[in-house]
Write a protein of this length. Structure first.
Length: 114
């Protein structure tokens, strides 16, 4: 697989409890997620073994259809100096760019189920 300097593009819809990350990471490391909003504000937390991000760990109302795009990156839990980790999701990426869609559609996962 070739490395890509671009982000994987995806969407969430009506995500009320958790964001599921369908990604493959290098094994045997602890990771943290970092979500950056359109204003450059960063939110972070530990990435659990289930690779989910609890919505309660984000500011209330942050994930709405008017919030613009978000950027998700995964870092080693101990160091951010070398940049984000490259992960596999239908190719190799180091970020996921996602927006929130409106309507009644429900989708709480980012990436491709592999």
């Amino acid at each position: 697989m070739e490395n890509c300097s671009c982000c994987f593009i995806d969407t969430l819809a009506k995500c009320e409890t958790e964001i599921v990350l369908n990604i493959i990471l290098p094994p045997y490391m602890n990771y943290k997620w970092v979500i950056t909003d359109k204003f450059g504000n960063k939110y972070e937390g530990p990435l659990n073994e289930e690779r989910t991000i609890p919505v309660e760990d984000l500011p209330p109302g942050m994930l709405n259809q008017y919030a613009g795009d978000f950027n998700l990156q995964i870092f080693p839990d101990t160091d951010q100096s070398c940049g984000p980790v490259t992960f596999i999701v239908a190719g190799q990426y180091h970020c996921i760019n996602f927006g929130i869609t409106g309507g009644t559609f429900e989708k709480n996962n980012l990436g491709c189920e592999i």
